[in-house]
Design a protein. Structure first.
Length: 296
């Protein structure tokens, strides 16, 4: 199977609303073929028709998965590979790890993992590992993970990484966003022998999305409804994220953290090599990934 010189292929998690949907539309408008991952079958059915009529049904696909559940992440990866086979390609040019959640009260997944840790970090880690071989088969590919300016206030709670003992929604969110940066730093280092692929972290800025409206707390729901008024549109935020997926000029950039198309210094904790390696090891164990000798 060969990739057409005119076509590029990308997977986006959290693609049925907000930033993910805006990125999907922007890539489709730039003639990419895009596979979106979403949790709601209703939204997927609606968007298939809406976007298919606008950009061509042959240019997009969706797979349904609850990314808080690792079995579902693996199922999504298999669905993606099946879709690519139907498109007669065996590679990917981009992976956008965008899915996120901020439950006010701690909830656990059916696998017993804190939901925020499962969605905001482990899902990205696992999906990337499941699809990495496809991303290594192109001449230039990117893995972009959406973090947040909240990571500057983040701290890794190594003795209680899922915050079972003392949960706080903001503490959990800030830690997960710091984990996004650490994950990207370690991933980019591990990919050093493959110059055709890069990993970047995107700071989307304050964006008018519905993420806070999905909270399981009425107070948090109202707080986000007020706060998001000062944010930019998902479409504006998507421009900087798609830049990281698509622009050839940054292939050799030393920086991994970017905001609105410009490199920015992250929290120094996000570049700590020992912490990055430690998080990778913990994540591998939690996702049941056997580490090869010499890694980590």
């Amino acid at each position: 199977m060969k990739q057409s010189i005119h076509e590029k292929y990308c997977v986006i998690s959290g693609a049925t609303s907000g930033i993910g949907l805006a990125c999907m539309e922007l890539l489709l408008s730039e003639r990419w073929k895009v596979i979106g991952i979403g949790r709601s079958n209703g939204k997927i059915t609606y968007l298939k028709k809406l976007l298919g009529e606008k950009y061509g049904f042959q240019n997009l696909a969706f797979c349904q998965a609850d990314l808080s559940i690792q079995k579902e992440v693996k199922k999504a990866a298999l669905s993606i590979k099946t879709i690519l086979e139907e498109w007669q390609v065996d590679c990917l040019d981009g992976l956008l790890n965008n899915a996120g959640t901020v439950p006010y009260w701690q909830t656990l997944t059916p696998e017993g993992i804190d939901t925020q840790w499962a969605v905001n970090h482990l899902a990205h880690f696992l999906l990337t590992n499941e699809l990495i071989d496809l991303l290594l088969r192109t001449s230039m590919s990117r893995i972009v993970t959406v973090s947040s300016g909240s990571h500057y206030r983040g701290k890794m709670h190594w003795d209680d990484i899922q915050l079972f003992k003392r949960y706080s929604p903001l503490k959990a969110y800030e830690q997960s966003k710091l984990a996004n940066v650490l994950f990207t730093a370690e991933l980019d280092k591990r990919l050093g022998d493959f110059p055709q692929i890069r990993a970047f972290t995107a700071d989307p800025g304050l964006v008018r999305t519905n993420i806070g409206l999905k909270s399981n707390s009425p107070i948090a729901h109202l707080t986000w409804k007020v706060r998001r008024r000062g944010g930019i549109s998902p479409e504006k935020s998507a421009e900087g994220i798609v830049f990281l997926l698509n622009d050839p000029s940054i292939q050799d950039a030393e920086e991994i953290y970017w905001k609105h198309g410009k490199a920015k210094d992250p929290n120094p904790k996000g570049l700590d090599r020992k912490d990055a390696a430690r998080l990778w090891k913990i994540s591998s164990t939690m996702c049941g990934i056997k580490e090869e000798k010499g890694n980590g």
